[in-house]
Design a protein around this ligand. Structure first.
Ligand code: MG
Length: 105
């Protein structure tokens, strides 16, 4: 039995494009997150002069819009998404408290 299978692209045009935009915007968000890590939030793009923090806000907004669009288009369970996101955010907040306690401990 072959481990090679036939893959075909998503056939629904709008969903195909929305998935592609999701990947593109995720990559743009990844790029500015990396720049903020290696240059700092207070630095600016040397070519455009745009502050890293402003660029991060733009890409977070783009990602947020893309996520909302995907939830509009795809048959996803919004309640499951919301409860998962809530648990994730709660975990981030508890982690923040742990990191702060560690830094001051
Ligand atoms: Mg973008």
């Amino acid at each position: 039995m072959s481990d090679i299978t036939l893959w075909l692209p998503e056939s629904r045009t709008v969903i195909h494009q929305a998935l592609g935009k999701g990947a593109e915007e995720a990559a743009e968000l990844t790029k500015i997150l990396a720049r903020c890590l290696i240059q700092g939030l207070d630095a600016s793009d040397q070519k455009t002069g745009v502050p890293n923090l402003s660029a991060l806000a733009d890409e977070l907004a783009d990602m947020e819009a893309t996520i909302e669009w995907l939830f509009e288009l795809l048959p996803l369970d919004v309640d499951t998404h919301n409860s998962r996101a809530g648990r994730k955010l709660d975990g981030f907040r508890r982690w923040k408290a742990m990191l702060e306690a560690h830094a001051h401990g």
